[in-house]
Each structure stands twice: as C-alpha cells, then as structure tokens.
Design a protein around this ligand. Sequence first.
Ligand code: NAD
Length: 275
Amino acid sequence: MSVPTITLNSGHEIPQLGFGVFKVDPEQTERIVTDALEAGYRHIDTAAIYGNEAGVGAAIEKSGIPRDELFITTKLWNSDQGTQSAFDAIDLSLEKLGLEYVDLYLIHWPTAQRDLYLESWLALEQIAADGKSRSIGVSNFQVPHLEKVLAGGSVVPAVNQIELHPAFQQRPIREFAAGHGIHIEAWGPLGQGKYDLFGETALTAAAEAHGKSPAQVAIRWHLQNGIIVFPKSNSAERIAQNFDVFDFELSADELAAIDALDAGKRVGANPDEVN
Ligand code: NAD
C-alpha cells in the first residue's frame, strides 16, 4: 500500500495522506506518533502551539526511519509573527523536533488585524533560503491574505492549510489556490467529530457499498479531490483504519453525493476573527 505524493510548487513531494497531532497530549505524543509511523504514515503535521513537537521528534528518532523518507510540517505561532521572532521560532521548533530542517513551515493564522503576515512571509522565504524548511506555506489564509502575499512576496506559498470537510468545502479558496499553483491541505477533515458526519447517508451508503467505514469514505473523498489530508486519532486502531484507504475508490456518483453536503458550516474559528 503506497501513499500517493503530490509535487509542490517548490519541487518537493508531499505524501497526500499524513497524521495530524492537534490536541495530542504532549505526554502521549511519542507513543501515538510511533503508532502512526508503525501503521505506515510518513507525513506528520504539528505546530509550535500544539506543545508536542518534542514528542514528535522523539518518535522520529526512535523509529530509525531515514529522514528523507519523512515529511514533517510545523507552524509559526501568531505571537511569533515578525522577522526576528520568526527566525527564533523556527530555530526553537527545529531544536524541539531534533531536526535540521522541516519539510514544510506554515504561518499558522494570518491574524490580519496585526498586519504582520507579509513581513512573516518574507521571513519564511529567508528560512527556506537558509535550508531550514524545504517548502513554505500558509494556513487559514482567506483570498485577500493570499493576494497580499502573492503581490508582496517572491515565493508562491506551496500550500494553504484550511478547515475543510464535507459540510464546509471552501470552494472559492480552492479555486483561487488552484489558479496559483497552491495546494490545499484540509484541517478538521472529519469535521473534528463536531457534527454527525458519519451518520450522513452519502457516507454510510458508500461505506456499506465498499465494506469500509464512513471515516474512510470521508478520507477518500479528500484524496480523490486532490486535497492533502492528515486526520487525527489517539487510537492505534483508528490510526491504522484511517491509513487503510487505498484499496477502494469512490464512484463519480458517490463523490457527488458528498459534494452535495456542503453547508458552509465551520466547526472551527473564522480566520477573520483570530487576531
Ligand atoms: P479531524 O477532523 O481529523 O478529527 C479528529 C477526530 O475525529 C478525532 O479526535 C476522533 O474523535 C475522530 N476520528 C478520527 N478517526 C476516526 C475514525 N476512523 N472513526 C471515527 N472517528 C474518528 O480534526 P483535527 O485533528 O482538528 O484535524 C486534523 C489535523 O489538522 C490536526 O491534527 C492538525 O494537525 C491539523 N489542524 C490544523 C489547524 C490549523 O489551524 N492549521 C487547526 C486544526 C487542526
């Protein structure tokens, strides 16, 4: 079973399916990431604010997996936006992860009222030039934030990591990103368990037809839409289940039935209100 990769605009490849560690207890992170690596994941999505980079790093070190087989993302937290503060933040993240570089470094939120995100983006360009991150991107950016970075920067973000799940499909941002060579990463791909996604007929019917779970169907919907996805779970069984999604394919009708669930329903924060 091999995970498809997507070539980012930086020329580097990212495994399309990874493992996210938001709200994974720092004390449990080494064990849980070890479970994920054992299940076959090679792409891990963390962030400075999650407080668990050290646990991710410990699991990587213990695994003995060659560095070039792994894809590690971390993120610049809001209070570290700026130039020198971003340089300091990546150094601290690398130290906690025990790595010489990350594969992807993201601005976590635009925090547009503070208006530091373009300056921070230019700092990320330098971080990439210094070899501390192979690719750089943004997270939670709305179209105007992307436009400002495209106009003022010299590197196009490799990705925009945004809330995206069947009830909140973000079509305008996806279209804008596609037009600029920016790949979309979904956060909260399973709706963070905050609504009854797995009870929707579009998912249960496809799950039954393929002998899979509704969660696996949701992950497949992301993958077949070209979205990079890294569902989170603390349970070894679900971690393995969420990776076991490469032996079936949703039909055009099954995809369309899930597309029809779009309800403009956020489960997380509105980026325009995070400052
Ligand atoms: P998610 O949509 O992946 O939901 C996780 C929840 O879904 C779990 O807690 C569990 O309750 C449930 N679940 C997982 N697998 C299941 C299965 N097989 N069957 C039934 N239920 C299952 O939510 P998330 O963790 O918020 O998002 C994924 C990742 O995205 C995060 O871990 C993090 O890396 C990233 N993220 C980024 C941001 C951002 O601002 N950039 C915000 C939130 C999350």
